[in-house]
Design a protein around this ligand. Structure first.
Ligand code: ZN
Length: 547
């Protein structure tokens, strides 16, 4: 209700229920600690452990400190949510919220304006810095009471392996894809240098404000500047959807049809009655797409404001992936009704979206003829600017936070280390020095919002690994970027084998059920982007690569 009928009443009700639910989980998590040294069945032990890990933030047992932490967390969240940068403080019209900032970063090609807006947005986090330092202290105290070294170690304990091994695991995955990222970076730098001149040095890191996104985490918006010549795939899904006037409901039906074609049961009637698919005219809603499992049984819904675009078409597949996953594990004990690890849930729908190939569009009669694979560079570049460009950012947010929670990075060094990591992983730097008077990590929602971030990195890796495994099961012999598992019952069976395990077994078991391997593997990304990788090699001959 708080999302589809935004009023003061629903906001208050939501805050109250959220608080009650957090208190309840906290109580259960603490109660679970009492059984730490009791011998119980492995299945029960796993549930007790998961209970202890179910909170992202643990408030200390001392009531004053608990209240202080809750207040700080709410204040940081609100500071971000209300964050606005005003060009002229006396003119409210000149104030930009994150939506407007995002739009300017995406569409403006005026270097001065981009820099001004970028620097403007990074002022909203200044008031959070002191709060964040105190937040770290208090949330660590709570985590310690549950037996963890600090909050970061608690987060890393969710991955069915020792916390340090998990850190090494992420480094290993990054090392697999880094060479491709570095090439994409080098090519983007050349093109940005052509466009913006000396602001973009021919070697060294790329200025943080020129990649089409306030955090430089998704470069799709600079596609017109970097897309290969003659790489137009010859069709536009957005245009097809508009020309045929495919309604939002029909777009979702097409998505559902993909899942049923591989053997999943149709969505319940209530899904169609209770989902929000278009923006209502009569009230305020949160349009940001999301999937819901209201009763943890079969009241599945999605909430979106669907437009006839290729992007929304993909998002529908993403959200439905959450719903089909939720239903696959709905018979398990409640604590096991979750993703194998938090990367899996985000990866499922994206895996299916990778099957939305030109051949698939031909099979469902949206397209007459699939373009020749020689025209794939455009499609691949488009995906790379989103999925490859994201990887280092997906990794570094928690690299920073883990160091902060462990005390390795102290408040005086918050900003310096943030930018060291951004340069190290992303090859990106601010135009002017960002001293420790700033708190730039706070300008990314997940930091003040205290949402762990590694899951997005994992999801980005896993979806290609899933896609490669499923394509093989489906018998696809085409290049990986042309494989679709549409109508493959075999692939569907294996996918369901993994989904139906929920969180009942370590994620390695779930991964094995689908891929046959117990290790996450980023080489599927390299397979998928092989034609682009080769093309980049040609473009970069004799040119500087790296920073
Ligand atoms: Zn999602």
């Amino acid at each position: 209700m708080a999302e589809t009928y935004i009023t003061d009443d629903t906001e208050a009700l939501n805050a109250r229920e959220t608080q009650i639910s957090i208190e309840a989980v906290k109580k259960y998590a603490r109660d679970a600690v009492r059984f730490d040294h009791v011998t119980v069945e492995p299945d029960i032990r796993r549930q007790l452990n998961l209970l202890k890990l179910s909170l992202v933030m643990v408030t200390p047992s001392e009531p004053k400190e608990a209240e202080e932490l809750a207040t700080i967390a709410a204040r940081m969240d609100a500071t971000y949510g209300k964050g606005k940068w005003c060009e002229d403080a006396s003119k409210p019209d000149s104030c930009l919220d994150i939506n407007k900032i995002t739009e300017i970063m995406a569409n403006s090609r005026d270097e001065k304006r981009l820099r001004q807006v970028w620097e403007g947005w990074h002022t909203i986090s200044l008031p959070m810095k002191k709060d964040y330092a105190r937040f770290v202290e208090l949330s660590n105290k709570g985590a310690k009471e549950l037996g963890f070294l600090d909050t970061g170690a608690m987060w890393r304990s969710k991955y069915d392996m020792p916390a340090d091994d998990f850190t090494r695991e992420l480094d290993r995955l990054w090392a697999q894809v880094r060479p491709l990222y570095v090439k994409l970076h080098a090519y983007a730098r050349i093109k940005l240098h052509e466009k913006y001149g000396d602001v973009v040095p021919p070697t060294g890191p790329i200025p943080a404000h020129l990649l089409g996104n306030i955090w430089a985490q998704d470069w799709s918006n600079i596609e017109p500047l970097v897309s290969p010549a003659n790489a137009d795939p010859g069709y536009s899904l957005t245009e097809i959807l508009k020309r045929r006037n495919v309604s939002p409901v029909d777009m979702v039906k097409i998505g559902e049809r993909f899942y049923t074609s591989v053997g999943f049961t149709v969505l319940p009637e209530t899904f169609w009655q209770r989902s929000m698919l278009v923006k209502p005219q009569d009230r305020e809603v949160v349009c940001h797409a999301s999937a819901w499992d209201i009763d943890q049984v079969d009241d599945l819904r999605i909430k979106m404001c669907i437009h006839q675009t290729a992007e929304d078409f993909t998002t529908i597949h993403h959200e439905l992936g959450h719903n089909f996953y939720q239903r696959a594990y709905d018979k398990l004990p409640v604590i096991f009704r979750d993703s194998a690890n938090d990367g899996f849930h985000e990866a499922i729908g994206d895996t299916i979206a990778l099957s939305v190939t030109p051949e698939y569009l031909v099979r469902i009669k949206l397209l007459d003829r699939a373009p020749d694979p020689s025209r794939d560079l455009g499609l691949l570049m488009n995906k790379a600017l989103e999925k490859i460009a994201f990887l280092p950012f997906g990794l570094l947010v928690d690299q920073w936070r883990w160091k902060v929670f462990s005390g390795e990075v102290t408040p005086e060094n918050y900003n310096r280390v943030w930018w060291e990591l951004r340069q190290k992983y992303q090859g990106i730097a601010p135009v002017a020095t960002r001293g420790d008077e700033f708190f730039d990590p706070g300008a990314k929602y997940h930091v003040p919002g205290n949402t762990p971030y590694s899951r997005y990195f994992l999801a980005d890796i896993l979806q290609f690994q899933f896609h490669r495994a499923l394509s093989k099961i489906a018998g696809c012999t085409a290049p990986l970027n042309r494989c679709s598992i549409y109508e493959s019952q075999e692939a569907g069976k294996r996918l369901n084998a993994m989904l139906s395990m929920g969180q009942s077994r370590p994620w390695q078991d779930a991964l094995e059920a689908l891929t046959g391997s117990r290790q996450m593997d980023a080489t599927a990304i390299l397979d998928y982007f092989a034609p682009l990788d080769k093309w980049l090699d040609d473009q970069l001959k004799g040119k500087p690569v790296g920073w």
